[in-house]
Design a protein around this ligand. Structure first.
Ligand code: ZN
Length: 163
């Protein structure tokens, strides 16, 4: 296992749309490195493009700082059934260190993904896990927190960011 360098915005790789992972592709070594990197950062989620790999994969562990590590390893994740109820909370990003932004997102969402054993899994997420999944999923489409802010709020957030 190895710690991976985390790209910082505005690295163009953070704005790229990532490619699907084929069924015969072994990403287990990458996943092990991403988990090590996420826990070391320390963070609650890390998407493959944040370490320069433009593939549809993220890891997250929304509650590890409060309890035992229990990571999600999400290959080719899909979000659906976004709740009408929205929730906004402070969001940080390992690629935009030092900045937290208030972003309105669905309060609950269904996450489907393929795990490391090739098994398709699904979970209904609420609370911080729902926010975290939507944040990490955004990275796979080249979207960062700044992109979720309106003009004035974005300008303000960007102006306080020191890359
Ligand atoms: Zn992020």
């Amino acid at each position: 296992m190895a710690l991976l360098p985390i790209l910082r915005w505005p690295d163009p790789r953070l704005s790229a749309r990532c490619a699907a992972i084929s069924a015969d592709e072994d990403v287990s070594a990458l996943v092990a490195d991403m988990l090590e990197t996420m826990y070391d950062a320390p963070g609650r989620g890390l998407a493959a493009p944040q370490v320069g790999v433009l593939k549809r994969l993220f890891v997250m562990d929304p509650g590890w700082k409060e309890g035992t590590p229990d990571p999600y390893i999400c290959i080719n994740p899909v979000l659906s059934d976004f709740s009408d109820e929205l929730k906004s909370g402070p969001e940080g990003c390992l690629s935009i260190p030092g900045i937290t932004t208030e972003i309105s997102r669905a309060a609950s969402v269904t996450l489907a993904w393929t795990d490391l054993n090739g098994i398709t899994r699904q979970d209904r997420l609420t609370g911080f896990a729902a926010i975290c999944a939507q944040h990490e999923y955004d990275h796979l489409d080249g979207i960062v927190t700044f992109d979720r802010l309106s003009g004035e709020a974005r300008a303000l957030a960007e102006s306080s960011y020191q890359p």
